[in-house]
Design a protein. Structure first.
Lengths: 303, 437
């Protein structure tokens, strides 16, 4: 992108303008996400930088909203913080309950989506797969169909078959929503897959199962893990289906946030948001590392 | 993998057909092997396909059925034991015997009175009234009121019923009951596009001040187009920058695109509330810098602006990623050749570079538009009253007004639009080319 030496002054001006514009767009992308981090340490219940915060006065900052996350919903939040306080928090604090539910639902729906999705991706990337295009279209559609339609359909269906208000119902719903991501990432990994490796394994006497676990699996594992992470994030961030099919006391983090934003938005939401941003940074880093590893394994070098 | 190894058997004098070792013709053996491979591939996909059909396709199919099927006026389901009873049998008989538009006579009112006795016994008058109320607003109380006096109704029934409430003489009401007496109806679709049937059963548009749905579909389309255009305007420059920088730098800048992509939607929406509200960071900065007076802070959230800004931000990565993957492999020597042949940088961009990015623009724009049309969460949280989209209205009918059939009909129309776009996307771009990061 370096400017050639013979560029005219006008071109130079435009080039720098262009860089500034790009900088502003990047700012637009990232600023809203980063702004919640300092604001979540606000000592006042406001959503803006107080004068104390701007002058970097330590009294303008506090951990009170993070503390509220722990204490909100507890039976006795004001007693000294010993073992029983922590067990009270673990059992009763609303956000901790929501986090537990989110992790449980996310974990099982990820397992379901990843196992079924990886198997299907293996089938779909075989050249002899019949009706490949149509089946692929059906399997990707949960990502495309508006979530409110999915939630509406599941609401009617689940209340008829008795899956409404159950964890199994939510897990199945979230697995369905996560499947497209698994399929997309795993088929992308399989695009460069060298099929002579499986033939070589078969030639050397390996059964299909051995070939799968010893040869195919290690090679596609990075793709499978990124797909699983996508599926987990999808479940972890999903609120509409939960609102429609879950029982009132089946709170999840996004649902709790949704309620918080709709009713009384407090900086406690910002501290949850901060934690979630940190989680997503960790996930992004993992996926990026996996992608590079997968490229290396498949022999695609980074230039 | 190939089971059809050729036989070394006494074959080759040319007249005999080629066979495998066990004597099968080679062609048949090959076909069998291919069929086996096809089956094997299909069986790998089958569990997932079955799962998706059960948890996704079947529920949506059932919802579509509900949009044309509402048995609220023909069947009563007891909530405690689930027994189903046919209701309004007498009235249906009268409707079948008399053509549409017939003035309801004594027999009709007698049928109505007989049906009300059943309703009262089943305590079903509320449900039936609600069903009719969907299409003839304000009539629910008519049913509950009449059911209360059902036992005291005596011949002549016409006078007796009209005596309870003279609204029973409304021909519109009788038209609605006639339609509702068959569980299958397209009236909910008519309602979803601001149409209704008049007294004689002709399809007309509804009263102007009750027309909401067509307007809302239009608004959804316009806002989605605007958001798609905005993501393009913002996404094109940075995709171009990312594609032309050396990978070392572009991989770092890519984080700016991917981090929002990985961050929870609710977090991003919350951030915009924090930034844009009247006591928020942007307004405070504007006031502090003296651009805006303290008392005239700009309202940027809980209205259409809020929806547009937040959705543009959320959908921007879906535009940048396809653009980037198309721009990256574009060979820079084409532009250089154009320049060396005398083109200005603008001409070279317009005639040489831009046309090569069109597939990426198509892919990104279609994807953003498809996602925007069905958006629910962000408009619901930051949209206020004029930033709501069609999804929000579906949710309203699902959770508040409880007119589920209308919600299903609206959802079916939205789904149809989205599926057409999806089909287009598959034809133009191919779902295989969908990339995530």
């Amino acid at each position: 992108m370096a400017l050639p030496k013979h560029a005219s002054p006008l071109e130079k001006i435009w080039h720098y303008c262009y860089l500034v514009i790009c900088g502003l767009i990047f700012l637009f992308l990232i600023a809203p996400i980063l702004i919640v981090i300092p604001l979540s340490f606000n000592a006042e219940p406001y959503f803006t930088f107080t004068e104390k915060m701007l002058s970097l006065d330590p009294t303008g900052y506090s951990m009170r909203w993070y503390d509220l996350l722990l204490t909100f919903g507890m039976q006795a939040p004001d007693v000294p913080r010993d073992g029983s306080w922590w067990s009270d928090a673990w059992q009763n604090a609303a956000w901790i309950q929501a986090a537990k539910n989110s992790v449980i639902i996310g974990f099982f729906s990820t397992i379901l989506a990843t196992v079924l999705g990886t198997l299907a991706a293996l089938g779909l990337s075989r050249p002899e797969m019949p009706y490949r295009r149509a089946i692929m279209a059906i399997l990707i559609s949960p990502m495309i169909v508006p979530i409110i339609i999915v939630a509406t359909g599941m609401f009617f269906f689940y209340s008829q078959v008795g899956l409404a208000n159950t964890y199994i119902g939510i897990i199945m719903a979230h697995a369905t929503l996560g499947i497209p991501f698994v399929i997309i990432t795993v088929t992308a990994t399989l695009v460069g897959f060298d099929h002579s490796l499986t033939r070589a394994a078969a030639n050397l006497g390996a059964t299909p199962t051995t070939t799968f676990f010893k040869i195919i699996m290690p090679l596609i594992l990075p793709g499978v893990i990124s797909g699983a992470l996508f599926a987990f994030v999808t479940s972890f961030d999903e609120v509409v289906v939960v609102l429609f099919v879950a029982d009132f006391d089946q709170q999840t983090i996004p649902r709790q946030m949704w309620n918080g934003i709709r009713e009384q938005i407090s900086p406690a939401i910002l501290s949850v948001a901060t934690i979630l941003v940190i989680v997503s940074i960790a996930l992004l880093t993992t996926v990026e590392l996996l992608r590079r590893r997968s490229d290396r394994l498949r022999g695609i070098s980074q230039s | 993998m190939a089971d059809a190894t050729m036989g070394s058997a006494p074959v080759s004098d040319g007249s005999e057909r080629l066979t495998t070792v066990d004597g099968k013709p080679l062609k048949a053996a090959l076909m069998a092997a291919e069929a086996k491979a096809r089956r094997r591939a299909f069986f790998l996909v089958l569990p997932l396909l079955a799962f998706v059909l059960v948890t996704f396709v079947a529920p949506i199919g059932q919802m579509l059925h509900r949009s044309v099927h509402n048995p609220g006026f023909t069947e009563h389901t007891d909530l405690s034991d689930g027994t189903q009873t046919e209701i309004m049998v007498n009235l249906r008989g009268w409707f079948e015997a008399n053509p549409p538009g017939t003035e309801p006579d004594e027999a009709a009112y007698a049928a109505l009175a007989a049906d009300f006795l059943v309703l009262r016994e089943l305590r079903a008058q509320g449900a039936v009234g609600t069903r009719i109320n969907y299409e003839a607003p304000g009539t629910r109380s008519l049913f509950t009121k009449t059911a209360r006096r059902a036992e005291r109704l005596e011949a002549p029934f016409k006078e007796a019923v009209l005596d309870v409430d003279e609204d029973w003489g409304d021909p519109k009401l009788w038209q609605v009951m006639r339609d509702a007496s068959s569980a299958y109806t397209i009236n909910f679709y008519l309602a979803a596009v601001d149409l209704e049937k008049n007294e004689t059963g002709e399809i007309v548009s509804v009263n102007e001040n009750r027309q909401v749905y067509v307007l809302l579909f239009q608004r959804t389309l316009i806002l989605s187009l605007l958001i798609t255009a905005l993501t393009f305007v913002l996404g094109f420059p940075i995709a171009h920058l990312l594609a032309t920088l050396p990978l070392k730098y572009s991989n770092i800048l890519m984080i700016f695109v991917l981090l929002p992509f990985w961050t929870s939607l609710l977090v991003r929406t919350t951030s915009w509330i924090v930034l844009l509200q009247s006591q928020g960071v942007v307004n405070d900065t504007l006031v502090a810098s003296g651009l805006v007076a303290d008392e005239s802070r700009i309202q940027m959230i809980y209205n259409q602006t809020g929806t547009i800004v937040a959705m543009t931000h959320i959908l921007l990565p879906f535009m940048v990623l396809p653009l980037y993957s198309v721009m990256r492999p574009i060979n820079p020597s084409y532009v250089r050749a154009a320049r060396s042949l005398g083109a200005t940088s603008w001409t070279a961009f317009r005639r040489i570079y831009f046309p090569q990015t069109v597939p990426g623009i198509g892919a990104g724009a279609l994807l953003v538009f498809i996602l925007a049309v069905g958006y629910y969460i962000t408009p619901a949280l930051v949209g206020g009253s004029d930033g709501q989209l069609i999804s929000n209205l579906i949710a309203f009918h699902m959770t508040r007004s409880l007119n589920w059939s209308l919600a299903a009909a609206l959802a079916a129309l939205l789904l149809f639009g989205v599926l057409v776009l999806y089909w287009l996307y598959d034809r133009l771009v191919g779902i295989d080319n969908l990339k995530l990061g």
